[in-house]
Design a protein around this ligand. Structure first.
Ligand code: UDP
Length: 266
């Protein structure tokens, strides 16, 4: 493959200049980080799986009219996306109490929230992505009012769609993080969904057992993270090769006990 210009290396992805102006190649790494990169590790095969899962989810979201940056998957670890001006806000959607909100507000993990909650964090690693109010976003001009209305409306639609999609494969969507970017068309700009949607940025619990099928397995040293990501991909049906034959076959039976055995009590 010809040499490409690297634009940015993040914690889980590398961005390269795309083949046409206005495009970018997202390369999915196996690297995993947690707690603002204080904890570092590798989840074997994660990049391949997240590339597939994100392709699957973004394609389906586009089918319900959510504009996204996704153009097409290029290979096992890369996808072509539209170049956007990233809005420096992490949009967290929560259905069930878990993670940082439990510590912050003294909630019990697993409690259904009275209604779906959208939180905003300022995307700045050096500050640990602090929680912010919409007033901060307006005050510092990170996004305007109209953009925030679009973002909130899209976040709710994405949540409704994903809740149903995951429920259909026996998974409860606890919470997840979205990122949005701006694209320009002459004098106009609009906001589209960017980044990725994968078990790296979602909390996914098995509906029957409560088993965690996401990055919390890595964050909390539960073990079985590779198998958990594979399980999500398998249930979504994305571990198939292009011709429909089972491309990568994982024998999960050997890991079932391990996955269940290391189930968190939190
Ligand atoms: N999240 C993420 N990137 C971040 C912070 C959070 O993808 O930098 C996701 C995380 O995977 C979870 C949701 O957003 O699904 C809510 O995370 P939380 O605020 O509870 O933070 P955490 O407990 O992960 O520190």
């Amino acid at each position: 493959m010809s040499r490409r210009r690297q634009i940015y290396e993040g914690k889980a992805k590398i961005l390269y200049e795309g083949p046409e102006p206005g495009t970018i190649i997202q390369y999915f790494k196996d690297d995993a980080t947690a707690f603002n990169a204080e904890k570092k590790g590798t989840i074997n095969g994660k990049g391949v799986i997240n590339n597939r899962i994100s392709e699957f989810v973004f394609t389906r979201l586009s089918h319900i009219g959510i504009p996204t940056h996704f153009i097409r998957r290029l290979n096992m670890r890369e996808q072509l996306v539209r170049q956007v001006e990233i809005i420096p806000i992490e949009v967290v959607v929560r259905n069930v109490a878990a993670g940082s909100i439990c510590k912050r507000l003294g909630l019990t993990e697993g409690d259904q929230l009275p209604h779906t909650l959208i939180e905003y964090c300022y995307k700045e690693d050096s500050l640990g992505d602090p929680l912010i109010a919409e007033e901060h976003i307006a005050c510092f001009g990170w996004a305007n009012n109209e953009e925030m209305q679009d973002i909130a409306a899209m976040a709710i639609r994405v949540n409704d769609f994903l809740c149903g999609m995951f429920a259909g494969i026996g998974i409860r969507l606890i919470d997840f993080k979205l990122e949005f970017g701006r694209i320009y068309d002459g004098d106009y700009s609009r906001v589209i969904l960017a980044d990725e949607i994968s078990p790296d940025g979602c909390r996914l619990w098995d509906i029957e057992t409560g088993e965690k099928l996401d990055k919390d397995r890595f964050r909390r040293d539960l073990g079985g993270e590779e198998e958990a990501y594979q399980e999500v991909a398998r249930r979504l049906g994305v571990l198939q090769s292009e011709d429909g034959s089972p491309g990568e076959v994982f024998d999960l039976s050997a890991h079932r006990g391990k996955l269940r055995g290391s189930k968190s009590k939190s």
